[in-house]
Design a protein around this ligand. Structure first.
Ligand code: NAD
Length: 269
């Protein structure tokens, strides 16, 4: 019988996770390291990225920390120049770094918030992907995993602002970018897929809006989510590890261009 157990292993592969200093990105980095990859944990918060590296090493994982601001082309260029010089290869890119802004209906959304979010959540994905593709092309192999959101797949308005249209538009953009780049590079052996997480807790996303919200708004918000998610709970960052390892590894070798919702049933209810 064929031995299928090794198909998820990532030994000898080099992975880059952006926004690996906290939240989902930390779980992605630790999960990839647990399956054998050398993981570059990049974040604009270098102290947190160092902490992720420490956690990986505690479990005998191979990891290193790097600074990046994904919205800044000079900064992403510096990061990829370092990777090219040190490793000479990149097998896996997880475009995870992202922010949200204080939720507001579209007519009240500050233009500054639109621009700031787009520069990180959409432009940042492009800036990292273009350099990763250039590094992956000569080896004719690679897997890129973009972190989208269910907000890019469906609208949601429980009667009060919960998400911003800038966030939804950027994440829909990530799904479209994923499809197009997947098509362009499929014949070059490079696969591009996206994960659309639903409501996951234990991260800092939305911390500013939570701090600005009244206790009553927070209670109504959480209740609305709880009622609408068929599993009636938020996901945890570690719930996503199996999916990112699957998409990064040879286990998903015939899968490209897809955006997979990881949402406790939200998008099918
Ligand atoms: N938490 C959720 O429920 C959820 C749901 C759907 C999608 N997502 C997406 O998952 C990704 C991670 O979110 P999270 O919940 O872990 O948030 P988080 O705030 O806990 O972590 C985001 C990380 O990205 C880093 N970061 C932010 N801007 C950066 C920049 N310009 N350059 C480099 N690093 C930067 C932060 O320092 C932080 O470490 C985001 O793209 C987010 O939109 C999260």
């Amino acid at each position: 019988m064929q031995d299928y157990t090794g198909m998820f292993r990532l030994d000898g592969r080099v992975a880059l996770v952006t926004g690996a200093g906290f939240g989902l990105g930390r779980s992605f980095a630790l999960g990839l390291a647990a399956f054998g990859a050398t993981v570059i944990c990049a974040d604009r918060d270098l102290e947190n990225a160092d902490e992720t590296v420490g956690l990986a090493r505690q479990s005998r994982g191979l990891a290193e920390a790097s600074f990046v601001d994904v919205a800044d082309a000079a900064s992403t260029d510096r990061l990829f120049d370092e990777i090219d010089a040190k490793h000479g290869r990149l097998d896996i890119l997880v475009n995870n770094a992202g922010i949200s802004t204080i939720p507001a209906r579209a007519h009240e959304l500050p233009v500054e918030d639109w621009d700031r979010l787009m520069s990180i959540n959409l432009r940042g994905v492009f800036l990292c992907t273009r350099r990763a593709l250039a590094t992956m092309l000569p080896r004719r192999s690679g897997s890129i995993v973009n972190i989208a959101s269910i907000a890019g797949l469906t609208g949601y308005y429980p009667g009060f602002p919960r998400l911003g249209s800038n966030y939804s538009a950027a994440k829909a953009g990530v799904a479209g970018f994923t499809r197009q780049v997947a098509t362009e590079y499929a014949a070059d052996g490079i696969r591009v897929n996206a994960i659309a997480p639903g409501w996951h807790g234990g991260t800092n996303l939305g911390a500013a809006s939570r701090a600005a919200a009244t206790p009553e708004h927070t209670r109504r918000s959480e209740q609305a989510i709880h009622d609408r998610v068929p599993m009636h709970r938020r996901g945890a960052p570690d719930d996503l590890v199996g999916l990112v390892v699957y998409l990064a590894s040879d286990a998903s070798s015939y899968l490209t261009g897809q955006t997979i919702a990881h949402d406790g049933g939200w998008t099918v209810s």
